[in-house]
Design a binder for this molecule. Structure first.
Ligand code: ARG
Length: 393
């Protein structure tokens, strides 16, 4: 019998996919990646697992990949200052290559012929999973049932699940399409498709409304060592815990919301809202620290690299040679990114209000307008003459 490893979420689509793939003559092995989406928080894991078996899975793998996710995927993107189209901190996009990596790994272990996923044919995620898997093992077949199967609507899927005795919990379905992991939440569909409408409060899951908050700000200090966030207010955390902690605090102050119309790789413009409190805080602090310790040439050049890096992540090219080469560049820029940034969180904003680093290139005796001034102003005249010389006629 042919074998397939399916990226299983526990929801309606992927549960129906199990049964559907069986109908195509496959033995179905399910893989669930825990990337910090809150697995087991609402519905317990046993219930999700038994749904997979009830739908016809022969085996279910559940792996907690949160540490690997933050260390090997989130951290490099943070150090690269990778932000897509100025607003999206790439939570969903960063999770996909990791899921693909394990789909391939489990397929090898189980001697499977194919891998499968529940992405639609209109999004970026199908591209990310398939391109990543293809780079890791070009021989594996890829099955994307949602692109080809007969169901036209959610109602038809629910009908199918009923006829095949797949226990589905359809009661508490939100009117949105949501993807969540520890780095952030992506929310689309429903009323959000109307570009004239402000996102309703109920669309947000982990950030409080900036208008409903205390009238006092929250100060905190984030310490980085060679580009790795290590401490908050002097306390050491491992990366995963540090991120969870910042999600909780940032969420309370409404930090990390964004509402954007973005360009998908497949050519569609779509409206999506995001919540990423920790990512927003860490990106803000990291960028501020770099402003202090990187020289002008490196800093400006790195901004160009950041754009490209974000594009590669967004477009599913995580395992590409260019992305690997850029990682080498980014790593070398982090040598001196050690120091502390004091932040102020207030009504949805997060701004740097204090900076400290032993590698700081800021020299007060040069920038000051006070009497400690050491800058030789007479030198400016010659500098300006030579600098402007090529343009004089
Ligand atoms: N637009 C984001 C991306 O392409 C998120 C996609 C998944 N979003 C969702 N709401 N399910 O990375």
């Amino acid at each position: 019998m042919k074998k397939v490893v399916l990226a299983y979420s526990g929801g309606l689509d992927t549960s129906c996919i199990i049964r559907w793939l069986k109908g195509q003559g496959y033995e179905v092995i399910c893989f669930m990646a825990d990337l910090g989406q809150g697995l087991g928080q609402g519905e317990n894991l046993e219930a999700i697992e038994s749904r997979a078996f009830a739908a016809g899975a022969s085996k279910v793998y559940i792996k907690d990949l949160q540490d690997e996710f933050v260390e090997d995927f989130v951290l490099p993107a943070l150090q690269a200052n990778a932000i897509y189209e100025g607003k999206y901190l790439l939570a969903t996009a960063l999770g996909r290559p990791l899921i693909a990596k394990y789909l391939v790994q489990i397929a090898h272990k189980e001697k499977a012929d194919a891998i499968a996923h529940g992405c639609t044919g209109k999004g970026n995620d199908q591209v990310r999973i398939e391109v990543a898997a293809g780079i890791l093992d070009a021989r594996l077949n890829i099955i994307a049932p949602v692109r080809t199967w007969e169901f036209q609507s959610r109602e038809e899927e629910i009908e199918y699940a009923k006829t095949h005795n797949i226990p589905i919990d359809v009661t508490k379905k939100k009117p949105y399409s949501i993807d969540r992991n520890i780095w952030g939440i992506s929310i689309e569909a429903g009323i959000l498709e109307d570009l004239t409408q402000e996102p309703p409060e109920d669309a947000y899951m982990i950030t409080k409304s900036p208008t409903s908050q205390a009238s006092y700000p929250k100060y905190m200090e984030v310490y980085f060592q060679k580009g790795v966030p290590k401490k908050i207010d002097g306390r050491v955390y491992k990366l995963k815990t540090l991120i969870s902690h910042l999600n909780a605090i940032g969420g309370l102050y409404g930090v990390g919301r964004s509402d954007m119309v973005e360009n998908r790789l497949v050519g569609i413009k779509s409206r999506e809202i995001y919540e990423a409190p920790a990512a927003t805080i860490l990106h803000t602090a990291h960028k501020e620290l770099e402003a202090l310790v990187l020289d002008r040439e490196l800093s400006h050049f790195k901004d160009i690299i950041s754009l490209k890096y974000a594009e590669l992540v967004y477009n599913g090219l995580w395992f590409s040679p260019l992305k690997e080469a850029l990682d080498g560049f980014v790593k070398s820029t982090q040598k001196h990114v050690t120091g502390s940034i004091k932040l102020k969180l207030f009504k949805g904003n997060c701004v740097a209000v204090g900076r400290k680093s032993a590698h700081s290139l800021y020299k007060k005796e040069l920038s000051t307008y006070g009497k400690e001034d050491k800058f030789d102003q007479k030198l400016a005249e010659g500098f300006i003459k030579i600098w402007g010389m090529p343009y004089r006629r």
